[in-house]
Design a protein around this ligand. Structure first.
Ligand code: ATP
Ligand code: MG
Length: 175
């Protein structure tokens, strides 16, 4: 269904305000009014949240995370951009793989499973869109969620169907 992208990004920025502040990190929403994204709200928020958790983890103190909405001719792009160590080119092709983590020693903590981006990837596929990444080592990382203008139907399968709320436009398929 239709989501007001600007409103969603403000809600998410607000949600992360506390943790960001604790780290001395700023969040800045850059979105014009009236941009609509066709998405399941629960899955949309899950995807952006996963990107935000990573962004906050890697942003140095005093840094600013940008939550950007960019309307395009064949869809809308949601970007989460953060300053920080970046991701080496060699790792980019596998970054959306399950359990893939760049720096094991650094991410071997209990809270890191390497699933966050795989979930993002799956959610975007369910919406007929895609996730992309751009990064410059020691400078920034940018994750982009590209939503098609108006997907035919969102088909939610398997365990995700159990987690997703029932919404008009979301077809259940629990084969
Ligand atoms: P989980 O999300 O399951 O708690 P995770 O954060 O390690 O664990 P992903 O979110 O899938 O897993 O991210 C995979 C890896 O990509 C991370 O371990 C990290 O190495 C790298 N990464 C992700 N986002 C960023 C970022 N914004 N800046 C730098 N590296 C990143
Ligand atoms: Mg993560």
């Amino acid at each position: 269904q239709k989501l007001d992208a600007r409103n969603e990004m403000h809600r998410i920025a607000e949600y992360f305000e506390g943790v960001a502040e604790e780290k001395g990190v700023h969040c800045k929403v850059e979105a014009e009014e009236g941009v609509v994204v066709w998405a399941d709200p629960v899955l949309f928020r899950r995807a952006v949240n996963n990107l935000m958790v990573n962004a906050i983890r890697y942003t140095p103190e005093g840094g600013t995370i940008h939550l950007r909405v960019t309307p395009g001719p064949d869809g809308q792009t949601i970007s989460i951009i953060n300053p920080g160590p970046g991701i080496d080119k060699a790792h980019l092709p596998r970054i959306f793989d399950r359990f893939y983590r760049v720096d094991r020693a650094r991410t071997e903590s209990a809270s890191s499973t390497g699933l966050g981006l795989a979930i993002v990837h799956t959610i975007m596929k369910l919406h007929g869109g895609r996730a992309e990444v751009e990064s410059e080592p020691n400078r920034f990382t940018s994750f982009m969620l590209i939503f098609p203008k108006q997907p035919d139907t969102i088909v939610v399968t398997g365990h995700m169907a159990n987690n997703a709320r029932d919404h008009a436009g979301v077809e259940r398929n629990e084969a």
